[in-house]
Design a protein around this ligand. Structure first.
Ligand code: VOV
Length: 246
């Protein structure tokens, strides 16, 4: 008999957008061109801040460590169309002329109902489905799958067993309350992996500790498959001028 799919409640749509700066062409641009590009970019950030203040979405910007990208945006919006709207507007901006695509990931904020029925009317649940993203010092993003090979097939496990495994998982997670904030987004049908995992921390070492510790949770040890990791440092709007100074 087929195992039963868990019901999920889904919130805002999510785009992770990573870009690499073409520093050579940035340096070749005139000071005026650079200033205009920066100003226009900051205006866009202000516009997105207004959306966030009205609680119609949220966003963050991080500086990626390492060569996978330079900038990592995460956008949350009520519709997929608004995500393409953001992308298109940004791509048309002057600053984007100096950026190369590095990576992107499309998903939707998700809560699965393993622990019983979850109501989108519950204010606590609403806060998780429509989160205002924390502007903590560090962020980490990676996609993941649940394994489906041989005896380790998550999708052939019964509901109760999956609920038990995730309950154990949540106990590990709760030990990091206040240290690590997680946003789990589902990406079945949207992108190449099944979930996106976004973690925020004040202390970057807590990111390593939680991911390492969870490797030993039965659910991650037996069923977790992981994609590429991106880690970054928060980039505030007020620090953009200094960052782009050449
Ligand atoms: C920061 C702490 C933390 C906490 C408290 C936490 C709790 C919980 C709860 C209560 C639940 C179940 C209900 C729901 O909310 O969906 C989940 C669910 C999930 N998690 Fe989690 N998780 C955390 C953190 C956390 C991390 C660090 C990871 C990555 C795992 C790793 O090995 O790298 C993760 C993954 C997931 C996933 C992919 C799901 C969905 C599984 C599915 O099959 O649907 N998660 N998670």
């Amino acid at each position: 008999m087929a195992a039963e799919a868990v019901k999920t409640v889904d919130g805002w749509y999510c785009l992770h957008d990573m870009r690499t700066i073409d520093w050579t062409s940035w340096k070749m641009a005139s000071a005026d061109e650079r200033n205009e590009a920066i100003q226009e970019f900051k205006n866009l950030l202000t516009k997105w801040e207004d959306v966030e203040a009205a609680e119609n979405g949220s966003h963050v910007l991080y500086q990626v460590v390492g060569q996978k990208a330079d900038l990592m945006f995460m956008f949350l919006r009520p519709t997929m169309n608004e995500l393409t709207g953001i992308e298109t507007e940004f791509n048309k901006s002057r600053f984007a002329e100096f950026l190369r695509p590095a990576h992107s990931y499309v998903s939707v904020v998700e809560i699965s109902q393993y622990g019983g029925n979850v109501s989108a009317d519950d204010p606590k649940i609403r806060e998780r489905l429509y989160p205002i993203l924390p502007k903590w010092e560090h962020m980490c993003f990676y996609p993941m799958d649940k394994r489906r090979t041989g005896d380790e097939n998550w999708y052939a496990l019964g509901f109760k067993e999956r609920a038990r495994l995730l309950y154990e998982h949540s106990k590990t997670g709760r030990q990091y309350a206040g240290e690590v904030k997680q946003i789990i987004t589902g990406s079945f049908g949207f992108d190449d992996w099944e979930w996106g995992v976004t973690l925020f921390a004040h202390d970057v070492l807590q990111l390593k500790k939680i991911v390492y510790e969870m490797r030993f949770d039965e659910v991650s040890a037996l069923y977790g498959e992981f994609g590429e990791f991106f880690v970054g440092n928060h980039l505030a709007k007020d620090d953009i001028d200094a960052y782009l100074q050449v």
